[in-house]
Design a protein around this ligand. Structure first.
Ligand SMILES: Nc1ncnc2c1ncn2[C@@H]1O[C@H](COP(=O)(O)OP(=O)(O)OP(=O)(O)O)[C@@H](O)[C@H]1O
Ligand SMILES: [Mg+2]
Length: 329
C-alpha cells in the first residue's frame, strides 16, 4: 500500500477580507498525478504556495511525506520541486547555466553534469542547452522550467498552470514530459490548471476548487459519473418491446424512446451495453447500433458551480494583480 505524499487539513489563508483558501482538506497519494482544477482566483496558487513553504497559512496543517511544512521548512523544501505560474528563468543565461545555477542553489554536487544532461534530455532540450534563454520559444522555456524543478530530485513536483498560454501541440508535449516524469522517474505530481482537458488527460485524481473551497474530489470518471450517469443510445425498431424488457432492471436509471430507438441513463454505460444486447437477443429484438455519451468535466463543473469555468469577470482582483506583475517585469 502506498502512503500519502501530501496531507492537507483544514487549511485557511486570508488576505485582509479575502478568503483565498477557505478551509480545505485533501490528500495526495504517493506516485499519483493530482490536479487542482478551478477558475481564475479560485485559490490554486495560494494553496500551492502554502504547501511549498512560500506562504504561511492563516491556519491549518500541511504534511509532505510526514514532514510538517510550517515547522520544518528546510526538510520539506528538499522534498519539493516547483514550477511557478509566472516564468522565473534568467533570460540572459543559457539553458544549461539556468540549470547549473539551480543545482548549486540546492547543493547538488555529485554527478551534477550527468543530472543536468539527463533532465535536459527528458524535456527534449539537449540541443538548445548552450543558447541564451531569451532565444527560446514559450514552450521551450516552460520545458526548461520543468527540468529545473526536477534537478535536485524532489519527491514531489508542483506545477502551477504548466501549459498556460501555450499552443495545442506544445501543450501536448508538456503533457508527455509530465507523464514521463511521473511514470519513469516515479515522481508524485500536483498541478493546477483551469484547462478541463488537461485535468482530464493527465490527472489520476482531480479536486475541483472554487472560491477557496474544494467542491468535489475524485477520478475524472467518478466526477463524471456523479452527474447521474452515461446516456446510452440504442438503435432499434421495436422500441416499446425493448423498453418493456429492460425497464426496472437494477442497472438502469431511466429509459425512454428516442427518434430512432431507445435512450437509457445508466451509471456506467460500458457495462450496460452488453446486458441490453443480451436481453434484446433473447427477445428476438434487433439492435442496429449503440453509443455512449459520457458527461464531460465541463458538464461537471457547470453542474457544481452553476457557471462555466472560463466565465470572465468572476474576480477582477486577480486580473489586476496579474497585470501588475506583468508590468513590473
Ligand atoms: N498576495 C495577495 N494579496 C491579496 N490578495 C491575494 C494575494 N494573493 C492572492 N490573492 C487573492 O486570493 C484569491 C486566490 O488567488 P490565487 O492566485 O490563489 O488564485 P488562482 O486559483 O491561482 O487563480 P489563477 O487561475 O488566476 O492563477 C484571489 O481572490 C486573489 O485576488
Ligand atoms: Mg494561480
Amino acid at each position: 500500500m502506498k502512503g500519502n505524499a501530501i496531507e492537507v487539513s483544514k487549511l485557511f489563508k486570508r488576505f485582509g477580507n479575502v478568503k483565498a483558501v477557505d478551509g480545505i482538506s485533501f490528500n495526495v497519494k504517493e506516485g499519483e498525478i493530482f490536479g487542482f482544477l478551478g477558475p481564475n482566483g479560485a485559490g490554486k496558487t495560494t494553496t500551492i504556495s502554502m504547501i511549498t513553504t512560500i506562504l504561511t497559512p492563516t491556519s491549518g496543517t500541511i504534511k509532505v511525506y510526514g514532514t510538517d511544512v510550517t515547522h520544518e521548512k528546510d526538510a520539506a523544501r528538499r522534498l519539493i520541486g516547483i514550477v511557478f505560474q509566472d516564468p522565473s528563468l534568467d533570460d540572459e543565461l543559457t539553458g544549461w547555466e539556468n540549470l547549473d545555477f539551480h543545482a548549486r542553489l540546492y547543493g547538488v554536487k555529485e554527478n551534477k553534469r550527468e543530472i543536468i544532461e539527463n533532465v535536459l534530455k527528458l524535456v527534449g532540450l539537449e540541443d538548445s542547452a548552450k543558447r541564451q534563454v531569451k532565444t527560446y520559444s514559450g514552450g521551450m522555456k516552460r520545458r526548461l522550467e520543468i527540468a529545473r524543478g526536477f534537478i535536485h530530485k524532489p519527491k514531489i513536483l508542483f506545477l502551477d498552470e504548466p501549459t498556460l498560454g501555450l499552443d495545442p501541440q506544445t501543450r501536448r508535449k508538456i503533457w508527455d514530459y509530465v507523464t514521463r516524469l511521473n511514470k519513469e522517474e516515479g515522481l508524485t505530481i500536483m498541478l493546477t490548471t483551469h484547462y478541463l482537458d488537461e485535468a482530464d488527460m493527465l490527472c489520476d485524481r482531480i479536486a475541483i476548487i472554487d472560491h477557496g473551497k474544494i467542491i468535489k474530489t475524485g477520478t475524472s470518471d467518478e466526477l463524471k459519473r456523479s452527474l447521474g450517469g452515461d446516456v446510452v443510445r440504442v438503435g432499434v425498431e421495436k422500441k416499446k418491446e425493448l423498453i418493456r424488457a429492460v425497464k426496472g432492471k437494477p442497472f438502469i436509471k431511466k429509459v425512454k424512446e428516442s427518434d430512432d430507438g431507445v435512450e437509457i441513463t445508466a451509471s456506467d454505460g460500458s457495462k450496460v451495453i452488453p446486458i441490453i444486447t443480451k436481453i434484446a437477443d433473447s427477445k428476438g429484438i434487433t439492435i442496429t447500433y449503440a453509443t455512449i455519451k459520457r458527461p464531460s468535466l465541463e458538464d461537471v463543473f457547470i453542474r457544481l458551480t452553476g457557471r462555466n469555468i472560463r466565465e470572465e469577470g468572476a474576480d477582477s482582483t486577480t486580473a489586476w494583480r496579474r497585470m501588475g506583475m506583468r508590468a513590473r517585469r
